[in-house]
Design a protein around this ligand. Sequence first.
Ligand code: HEC
Length: 570
Amino acid sequence: MFQRECVTCHTGAPDTRAPSPEVLKRRAPEAILSALTAGGMRPQGGRLTGAERRAVAEYLGGRPLGGDITGAAFGRCGTVPPLTLAPDAPAWSGWSPTTANTRFQSAEHAKLTDQSVPKLKLKWAVGFPDATSAWSQPTVAGGRLFVGSQNGTVYALDAKSGCIIWTFTAKSGVRNAPAFGPRQGGGYAVYFGDTGANVYGLDANTGAQLWMTKVDEHPFARVTGSPTLDGTRLYVPVSSLEETAASQPGYECCTFRGSVAAIDTTTGAIAWKTYTIREPQPIGTNAQGVMLHAPAGVGVWSSPTIDHKRNAIYITTGNTYAGTTAEPNTDALLALDPASGAIKWSRQFTENDVFGCRPGTPNCLEKSGPDFDFGTPALLVTRSDGKDVILLGQKSGVAFAVDPDKQGEVLWQYRAGEGSIWGGIQWGMSTDGVLLYIPVSDIRTPKPGGLHAVDIVTGQRVWYQPPPDVKCAPGATCNAALISAPTLIPGVLFSGSNDGGVRAYATKDGSVLWEFDTNQDFTTLNRVRATGGAIQGPGPTIVNGMVYLNAGYGDHMGRPGNVLLAFEAP
Ligand code: HEC
């Protein structure tokens, strides 16, 4: 079954999006079954009978189905007081501490300085069972930490001690940062999406489900980017894995449309949903007689940014999967009207970037585009001269400053990397209003990595920190690429690397103040066997004197791992 249905994508080559058979074998059969029925692999699972799904899950998992996949049998808290939140209490909710998406945590909330950072020590570790990637950025509020996991378990932990307060089981994997906010009528809620395109609202105190809403019916749709909460509205980016199916013989490529949905957090109802491209139309059959459709794609896998001054939501978009007609909103910055979702304006950075299938396969054009979509959200910031700018980082390796008052007109651009299908600039950047910090992936080039600091008024380089010696054991997936999003506090930038190391850099000159190697086995509070590994996707969460970091990324030329680490300076 695995040979027939799975090996075409799960080839075992390091440079693919699909985890290798060895990585899949580290998952439990329950987790594989759930991926095939409700998770990212449900289109593949849907082609099999129930018995076939069980057979392939038990084959890969190496044992019969059954057993606990929450990893919460040990490490539970004793009695915990109900969740309360003082107005100015240190917190971090969602992708960035504020909806401007600068990933800058203030001194008051961070309670950590360039003096205390060098003293950071590991305080506790929690393991995610059956996981080969740890890719949900923690949210911290009211002394609790909320985090999702690859097998769909969502945890509320005591933020200081790491003990488990409650768990919730989503229908499929949760890889975004939960958003935290007050509920109408009292209490608090957390919101997140899963790889089955379901969005949830939970009572933050108890973990009880308030509502669940499916934001997209497409079989490959998922919520990768972190939803942004603004008052009683939750803005949810919708992306897909259709790109990976596009090359499959017999697949009717392609029909997914990227979008953003606005959800009313009181009821879970969708207030509006705006697609990034028009509806796909049949465009004829390929040589095998399979009907093809276009345009398609333009997923949104970064977090929406809110601009209250200009009454706009900014989103950054992906490439098209199919078709030859130029589409204006691909690889673009879009400004939406918060009330209606209408597109106010859009600014495109790469035209005609059709990248879905690989050239030479039946559904594809002879040439594919460069795959220069945006995974980094729009960073909205006020410069020292009082001017508001939007900073963007593209997989092309180029960072831009654009004018929000002139429909995204480019003010300057700075080439930080060569660019490739996995960045260039992949998941994030940070700014403190003076400098823009740009971590470079360039993972597919001979020289991955490097960190740039650029003046946000002039676009000129202030310093550059070349890739350090790697911490991982030599191999095809061991390199210094900086794919994950960085995190900033006054004076210090934290950046996790694909080598499994996390480093803290002084913002004045880029010198390394502190580093930690996650490539090791950890003793975890919940007694789940856990290791670190490649750090990709989200970055550290810093709240109230503590640094929280997920380590392990089992695909995209990463190395598997399944641990949440918490550091504190004594
Ligand atoms: C069309 C290509 C394709 C086929 C066919 C395919 N996969 Fe996958 N699979 C992927 C990709 C790509 C990912 C990585 C998803 C991600 O990055 O979130 C993946 C991820 C997974 C995961 C991890 C999902 C999670 O989030 O927990 C499992 C388990 C899995 N595949 C099992 C299978 C099995 C079993 C089969 C055969 C029945 C199969 N896949 C067939 C492309 C494919």
